[in-house]
Structures are given as C-alpha cells and as structure tokens.
Design a protein around this ligand. Structure first.
Ligand code: NAP
Length: 503
C-alpha cells in the first residue's frame, strides 16, 4: 500500500474578500493578461463577491474609463465580471508622488467600507521594473503594507524581470524587504502557472516507473528547448534592455530545469518544493566568464522566412538599434554537479524567430550496451527518448525501437504519444488565471522564492559578464532556422546533436 501524508489537502473554492491594486493599470500586460485572467476567475465563480480592483497609473482615466477597459477585457461578456466591474476604481498619478499613495489609501479605505474587502490587500506590480522598489517603499511609507482594519493579509505580486543581474536583484530584494516580509512577496513566473509544467511533478512523483531511471545511470543527456516563432513584436524597446538570457533562461528555463531535475520533495507544498528547487539550482556549475564563452552561444536573427512569409531582421524591428548587440538566441551547456546528475550534459536553447513555437524537455537515455542486430537493419534506430512537451499540444512522447514488419529483423524508432487535451479534455486555467487565484488564496507554491531568484542569477551572471566585453561573440541566424550554426558545434564537440522537435 502507498504511504500517504496525513495532511489534508487544501482545496480552496473562492479566495477571501480583498481589494486588489494593479500598478501599471494602463499597460499592455494588464490589458492582455491580468484583466482577462481576473474576468475568467469571476465567471468561473472563483472570485470572492467582496472582491474589488483599483488601477493605478499615470494616464488620466476616470473610474468609468478604467471600468470600460476592464469590461472590454472579458471576451465572454460574463455577468459576474460585469457586476464586479461597477465597483472598480482608478487612481491617476505618478508613483514618485506621495499624493498618489495618499489617494490610494483613501480609496482602499472606501473599498473596505463600501465593498466589504475586509482590510485584505493584493498589490500587483505590473509596471516597469525600474519603479518596483519605489512603489513597494511608497506603500510602506503610507502604512498600507499592513492589513487594514480587520484584515488578515497584504501580499505583493511582482512581475518579471526581478533584477537584471545578481547585484541588481539583491539590491531590489533588499529594498522590497524593507517594506514587505518575504512571506508577503509573490514573484511571478507565468511558466509555473502552466498545467504541463506542474505535470512534470505528477509524472515524476505520482508514477513508479520513471523515477528509478531518472538519473545518470540511465539518462545520457537532457535538452530543454524554448522556441518562439514570433519576433519582438511591439516590445523592441523592452527587449533591447533584456535579451534572451535574461528574458527566458534566468527565469522560465531555470524553473523548468529545477522541477525536472530536483530531488523528490518530502511533501508537495511551497516550502518543500522550493527547498528542492534551490538545492538543484545550487548544484548547477557556475563557470568563470572565460569558461562561459566556451559553454554558450548567443545569436541574433536576421531577415528570413517564417510560415512562408518574409520577416525583417532584429535590427530592423521598431525601437531596436541598427547595431544592436542584444541576443535573441541563446544555447548553453550546463552541468548539474550532484550524485544524481554528475556527467549528464544539460543542453538549453531558446530563441525568437525559430521555425516554430515549441517548449519541450527531452530526456535522452543511454543506448543499449550491445546491439545484436546487423548494422544496416538498425540504422533507423535512435536512443530512447522521453519528451515532455510543455507547449503547444501539451503531452508526453516516449520514443523507442520497434520491429518493421517483414522477414528481416529491421528495427526503427517509433513514438508513443500522450496528448493532454485528448486525454483530459480540460486544459485547466490559463497560467495567469491560476497564479492570480493562488496569490489571492495565499498559496506561494508556484511563485519564486528569494533564494531561487538569487541562485538563478548566479548561474547566468558569468555569461552576461562575458558577453558584455567588446565583440562579445554574437552570431547571426536567418529567421525561420534553428539558430546559428555554431550552436550545432556546441553539441557536436561531445558527439551530440539537438533534437529536432516533432512539429
Ligand atoms: N507585456 C507583456 O507581454 C509582459 C509579459 C511578461 C511580463 N511583463 C512584465 O510586466 C510588466 C509591465 O509590462 P507592460 O508591457 O505592461 O509595460 P507597459 O505597457 O509599458 O506599462 C507600464 C505601466 O506602468 C505605468 N507606469 C510606468 N511608470 C510609471 C510611473 N513612474 N508612475 C505611474 N505609472 C507608471 C504605465 O502608466 P502610463 O502608461 O499610464 O504612464 C503603464 O500603466 C513589466 O515588468 C514586464 O516585464 C510583460
């Protein structure tokens, strides 16, 4: 019989009453992700009836104009959301001005009085990162970093990027921690809101067949691909300050890698899971900047063709410098120095304007010790592979050898596929919807703890440092290809090759 923990699972239906405040209320993320996610929660019956929203940004909107934006964000036109929207308020103001926060304090008190939000607050920093600390400190100065009368909690949700290197992340953390305790801080990585990322935990720890082979004895290499076919869209200005390493590797890739390769947690709760993730991140080798150059490739896309349509190069995109050195592609070779994974290379790549949008983790297993088939009959045989597809067509594929019908004993690789959608018929909530629900309910499991952020920056910092040198090794690739040719060489040196995703 299976031993199960005696702790009862927490099954929340609706979060407690609260007033949520969005900093960045007039911005892109609010319109495209946060408001649709909130309306989805409302229409699923997963928002408290005593929920209200307050938007804060510079744009001179009235309450009614903000309510209009919120209404339009709900494509379904749900009645519950429409009713809640009537209570939404908007504070127009600059975050550097005290009067913005004086006004916010009044509006919060009115929400408690009129909407019964009970002194509970959820602040969401969906604004530009350079003002994160300013806003957190202003909330503390105003005294609204503690619950209002009768309230139980105040939480601060923080968007990415959390710092732009280790030093700035530590500085931001120190500033945030003068205003909020770590237990109040919910750092978002929307990848963790994805069902299929969480499914990595189910696959590994709810099944008996995978964990015994999940180690260096059986796994020969691990590959993580986060490919996008889109370019920088309308966010060229932002991307110029980030690049692929900061935008994808430091956060999403490190999170996926940690969940895939960490030790089993004692219990599936926030502290145990995050303890294991940090332990795994600490085991990743950190090269010196000189060594980093050899273990990484950075690229930038040039004009090319995607889906049969011509697309411009990165340097021709809006708000991008004509001689930009920003990378839109990164490939890394990492090692995890612990008993489970020593000697197993972990190849990571991410890029924009690649041939397809696909995120997958591949565990490639060792070949059989001796192949007792005549060479020509087994030439189509590939090593066993387990592919965890995060997006799109979420699911799992197991690649193995099978006999081709006929007299000769010819073998070839075939695929056994599990599709999440077909099997479960419910892809669950969108990432932001799930994460907002968890933040309101006070469950930090899918949010990033301070030591995780810090460790992830420690890992990527040497690459940033190496690439900041003049001529920091930028390689070009045509849009619609799998990245610069030299990224192939990074693996060929060890006799390996990138797996071409099944499209
Ligand atoms: N957009 C995305 O797809 C996306 C995806 C993942 C993460 N994120 C993260 O989400 C955050 C917001 O991104 P975004 O794309 O929504 O940015 P954005 O469109 O530029 O919006 C920024 C918001 O912040 C407000 N703001 C900025 N400085 C202010 C100040 N000094 N005082 C008052 N208001 C100020 C702006 O108000 P006004 O315009 O009214 O002045 C606007 O509402 C960033 O941390 C970003 O990295 C965005």
């Amino acid at each position: 019989m299976t031993n199960v923990s005696p702790v009862a699972p927490r099954v929340a239906t609706t979060p407690p009453p609260l007033a949520m405040v969005i900093f960045g209320a007039s911005g892109d993320l609010t319109a495209r992700k946060i408001l649709p996610a909130l309306s989805d929660l409302a229409n699923r019956g997963r928002l408290n009836e005593r929920f209200t929203l307050i938007g804060v940004a510079r744009t001179e909107w009235s309450d009614e104009e903000f309510q209009d934006v919120a209404r339009k964000a709900d494509a379904s036109g749900g009645a519950t959301w429409a009713r809640l929207v009537e209570s939404f308020r908007y504070v127009a103001g600059e975050y550097a001005a005290t009067k913005t926060f004086d006004r916010l304090k009044e509006v919060l008190a009115e929400a408690d009085k009129n909407q019964g939000t009970g002194g509970n607050r959820l602040y969401y920093l969906a604004t530009i990162p350079s003002v994160f600390a300013l806003v957190a400190e202003a909330l503390a100065k105003e005294g609204v970093n503690r619950p209002g009368e009768g309230g139980d909690f105040v939480r601060l949700v923080v968007e990415k990027p959390y710092g732009r290197d280790l030093a700035s992340a530590l500085e931001l953390d120190a500033q945030v921690h003068t205003a909020f305790d770590e237990s109040q801080v919910f750092r978002i990585d929307h990848y963790l809101g994805k069902e299929t990322v969480q499914n990595v935990l189910a696959l590994r720890f709810a099944n008996a067949i995978f964990e015994p082979i999940w180690n260096r004895r059986y796994v020969e290499q691990v590959q993580i691909t986060v490919a996008e076919s889109i370019g920088v869209e309308h966010r060229g200005g932002f991307y110029e300050t980030a690049g692929a390493l900061r935008d994808i590797v430091q956060n999403h890739v490190m999170q996926v890698l940690a969940l895939t390769m960490m030790e089993p947690p004692t219990w599936m709760d926030a502290e145990h899971i995050r303890d294991e993730k940090v332990k795994l991140l600490r085991a990743i080798d950190i090269p010196s900047p000189d060594e980093a150059v050899d273990k990484a490739v950075r690229g930038q896309y040039q004009a090319g063709v995607i889906d049969a349509a011509p697309v411009v190069g990165y340097r021709e995109e809006d708000d991008v410098a004509g001689d930009s050195q920003t990378e839109t592609y990164v490939a890394l070779r990492l090692n995890v120095d612990n008993w489970r994974w020593a000697g197993v290379p972990v190849y990571v790549r991410t890029g924009k304007r690649l041939p397809a949008r696909v995120t997958e983790i591949t565990m490639r297993f060792h070949e059989v010790p001796f192949l007792a088939f005549e060479g020509t009959l087994s030439r189509d045989l590939r090593p066993n592979m387990l592919v965890l597809r995060i997006q799109p067509h979420e699911g799992i594929s197991l690649k193995f050898g099978a006999k081709v019908p006929g007299e000769a004993f010819r073998v070839q690789s075939v695929s056994m596929d599990f599709g999440y959608e077909q099997a479960i018929h419910d892809t669950g909530m969108d990432g932001y919807t799930r994460l907002l629900f968890d933040a309101m309910s006070g469950d930090p499991t899918l949010f990033i703890r301070t030591d995780e952020v810090e460790q992830a920056w420690r890992i990527v910092d040497p690459y940033l440092e190496a690439w900041a040198q003049p001529g920091g090794g930028l390689h070009f690739y045509n849009a619609g290809t799998w990245g610069p040719h030299i990224a192939e060489l990074l693996l060929q040196r060890s006799g390996d090759a990138w797996r071409e995703p099944d499209l």
